[in-house]
Design a protein around this ligand. Structure first.
Ligand SMILES: Cc1cc2nc3c(=O)[nH]c(=O)nc-3n(C[C@H](O)[C@H](O)[C@H](O)COP(=O)(O)OP(=O)(O)OC[C@H]3O[C@@H](n4cnc5c(N)ncnc54)[C@H](O)[C@@H]3O)c2cc1C
Length: 263
């Protein structure tokens, strides 16, 4: 893991209280695997001592820039929202264990995978989608948000990732299907044949998907969120119960086999 001071190349609003920050990163970006995160030191550190974890959302083609999509929920994310181009952000990363891709040799050629992202959790699936597409998988990507104004992960995905079909839903029906990501995922699972399922979002969504996947005997990985302090596995502040005992989201995860998690 590396500590890197990264110049801010852009910080744009995508939706109310959701932004995308683009950073120059010549050390961390080349090493990032899909599903890993960076631990961000918040400027004005005297006030906020602990770093904040954010999934790496995008890496540019030259692998010298990375982006994060952040939702403003408290003081740390508010500070990030206020940062300007030319200022710097101190990152620790790449952190954690990312997605373990399905074995192309054991899955059907041209097989389909299902990705389900709820709210801001969808950020953790973007790099994965691109990687699965290069391996030749067809992708059904369910993206859900509370309402149309908060849908930030639907623009251009189908163009950017060949072989990807987007399925949008909102809680209030203001865009796409009215209802939950789990409704759409259930419908897709009952009609289609999938090699693999990956999901990130609110815990009740992940738990419901885990139960659906278990019934279908479908391999399923989840990316979990937990409040964390050190981000490197030392403080045990982010442990979650699993069938193998307590596991650290920051170092053993954030990606886990859904069947191993005690929901
Ligand atoms: C591996 C990982 C990847 C993440 N990726 C992203 C991402 O790509 N984009 C994004 O917007 N957020 C992401 N998060 C959540 C993000 O880390 C928190 O929203 C952030 O730390 C909040 O900091 P804050 O100072 O703004 O809020 P705080 O003032 O610390 O807290 C404000 C509120 O947010 C809740 N909260 C704080 N941290 C977390 C957390 N880790 N999980 C759940 N709730 C939390 C608190 O309970 C509180 O209610 C991720 C978390 C993890 C563990």
């Amino acid at each position: 893991m590396i500590v890197e001071k990264c110049a801010i190349l852009g910080n744009q609003s995508l939706a109310p209280n959701i932004g995308l920050i683009r950073l120059e990163s010549r050390c961390i970006a080349p090493l990032v695997a899909a599903g890993q995160f960076v631990h961000v030191q918040i400027p004005a550190a005297g006030e906020l001592m602990l770093r904040r974890p954010f999934s790496v959302y995008e890496i540019d083609d030259s692998r010298t820039q990375l982006s994060i999509v952040y939702q403003v929920v408290g003081r740390g994310s508010k500070h990030i929202q206020e940062l300007k181009v030319g200022e710097e952000l101190n990152l620790l990363g790449p952190c954690g264990q990312g997605w373990r891709l399905p074995d192309v040799h054991q899955t059907q050629a041209g097989g389909r995978v299902l990705l389900v992202g709820g709210g801001i959790g969808t950020a953790a699936l973007q790099l994965l989608a691109a990687q699965l597409a290069t391996l030749g998988y067809g992708i059904d990507f369910v993206v859900g948000a509370a309402t149309a104004r908060l849908l930030v992960f639907n623009t251009g995905l189908e163009v950017l990732v060949p072989g990807l079909k987007l399925h949008v839903c909102t809680d209030d029906g203001s865009a796409g299907h009215r209802g939950l990501t789990t409704d759409l995922a259930e419908a897709l699972l009952s009609h289609g044949s999938y090699e693999w399922l990956a999901s990130c979002g609110p815990e009740p969504m992940l738990a419901a998907l885990a139960s659906l996947a278990k019934k279908k005997r479908l391999a399923h990985q989840v990316s979990l969120e937990a409040r964390m302090a050190c981000g490197v596995g030392a403080c045990l502040g982010c442990v979650v119960p699993t069938l193998d005992g307590q596991r650290r989201v920051c170092a053993d995860g954030p990606v886990f086999d859904a069947e191993a998690v005690v929901w």
